[in-house]
Structure formats: C-alpha cells, structure tokens
Ligand binder design. Sequence first.
Ligand code: SF4
Length: 359
Amino acid sequence: MSFSSDFSPRFTSKYDRIWQYLRDQGAPDFRYRQVMQAIFRDRIGRFSQMVVLPERLRRGLASHLDDDVVDLTRVAMRQSEQAEKVLYGLPDGKRVEAVALKFQAGWESFCISSQSGCGFGCSFCATGRVGLLRNMTADEITDQLLDFHLNGRVIDSVSFMGMGEALSNVHTFDAIRLMTRPDLFALSPRRITVSTIGIVPQMDRLAREFPQVNLTLSLHSPFDEQRSAMMPINRRYPIAELMQALDRHVRTTGRKAYIAYVLIRGVNDSDEHARALAQLVTARFRQGQLLHVSLIRFNEVATAPEAFARIGKAGAWRFGEILNRHKVKATVRASFGNDIDAACGQLFANYALKADQPP
Ligand code: SF4
C-alpha cells in the first residue's frame, strides 16, 4: 500500500505543452484559443485536421505532441442501452476502463479511473485482485473524458469510481483542476464526485482545495472488525476516524457528503448491520442531516470469492427502510449495465483474466 506525496511536482499538462509550443513558435495568443476551441467546441481530435491553423503549426503540433490529441487508445468496448464501457490502453500498454451512463432524462454521467489496477486489496473488488500497476497522470485521467467528448458525448457529470483509489493518486487533484478549467472541460466542481475508501488526510485536502466537489465514502460495513477484513485500509483509518473526517468535510464545505454501502447477500445486509449503520449516521447529530447513504447491490464478478453474492431488490429496499425508519436518508442506487459488467473494475479484471497476456 503506498501513498503519494501531497504535491505533484511541476505538473505540466498537454494543454500547457500546446501553449508553450505555440509560444516558442512566436504564434499570437489567439492560436492557443483556436486550438482549444477546435478540441472542446468543434470536437476535432487531430492537430492535422485543425484547418483554422496555418499548416506549419498543424504539422509542428502533430510532430511535437503526436497527431492524436487523446493519448489513450480504445482496446475494447461493450455497450447496452444505457451504458457504454470502454477499456483503454495507456501509452505504456497498461489498461484502464471508463463507463458512460445515460439516464432516461438525457443526462450523461461518466465513471472514470484514476489508477491502472489498485493496491488496496478490498476483498470484494475485481480491480483489487489485479494489484496496483501504476497511477494515471492527470492527462490520462482527463483523456477518458476527452475521448468520450470527441466521440460526441456530452459530459454532464463525472465520478471517480472506476479503477483505483482516486485519493491515493496525487494526480487526481491536477485532473480535477483540468476538468474545471473554463478553457478546457469547464465542468462545475458540483458535477464531480470523488469516491474513496477513506484516505483521511486526502479527504481533508479535497475539502480544502475543492469544497464543491462531492465526496462519497465507501463504508460497506458499520463494524470495524468486518470492515478491516473486507477493506484492509480500515486498520489504518478505522470507522470512528472516517466519521470524524466526514464531519469535518460537512463543516468545511457546508455540503452534503455521501456514504456508499455495497450490499452483499449474507455478509453485510442484516437488520443488525442496518441498525448499526443508522446509529453511526444519526450519532453525527447535526452533521448527520447532511449525510446520505447510497445503497448499491453487489454485482457478482468472476474474480470475487464465491461467498459474495448479489442481494435481491426486496432485500435492498428492506435495508433502506430500516435506515429511513431511523431518519437516515438512504436510496437504493439504480444499477446500470449489469449485462456489460458495468460495475467498476470488472471489464478490466475480466479482460486481464481472459486475455493470455499481461495487462
Ligand atoms: Fe481499490 Fe476501490 Fe477496489 Fe478497494 S474497492 S481494491 S480501493 S478499486
């Protein structure tokens, strides 16, 4: 298990490199704006096709940075009516995945990765079984969105719920900066959600630097002993510390925080679990009013131990009702794309298992 340092030293994005190149060529400032408009307004993904630029600059950018603006390559895709899942190859051949979800109201939400693999070893998670291959750079993280954008999708909201633990990768903070920059993705921070297993110092940092970004804590058990068995990080940051961190988050940001709870049949779905979870939330007193529990039905994967099974809808509703009875706001999250293994980590894990080659 490793933690990155707080600061990413001298971060330079590809957009900074474009700006620097144009400057080195003596191009006027409006050329940079033209490139950004070509990418983000006109959805042009190759420098050689940006005819608004003089040929000299088009060629120069293509040879200086590579002609494709996106550095990721699509390796595999699976699609259902509401979900599209893409397996990407990073420039060094490692794999990550992203999922686009289309809601009936027309809203499009994107679940992206922050690491290739993951080193935190949660027992129910397919990605955890792969181990950490490496952190993604901020450009690679945002390239997932850029690729969807260039393919005509509208980026309404983004969640860091793909592969990896977003808050253990220092580049996540740089990526959020790129996503919210007005000349680039121009996403409102309120449309971004960071999901974490509970890296407390980085939860505090997120609240300080991006108070409007939504935070979801993956709890999955109200009992320390069980949570430590399911999620080894709990030994470092036990539940009491996590709840205090949520209190601080609510106090610092003045915004609601979310608790994600994956319901696994016969493991953490008992009435006793529901009551203990309700107690944890209501014990926050005033802050408790700004905590919301999202219940997610576990999605079986080839790589999860056989003991982990999906709970039925009725079981999830019953669990939610117990929370509601204790005045805890809870909803059962709609599950999308089980037919395409759209739960985070699964396409990659299955690919890694099936493909007879290293990821
Ligand atoms: Fe890593 Fe998240 Fe999976 Fe845990 S649940 S192993 S932190 S990807």
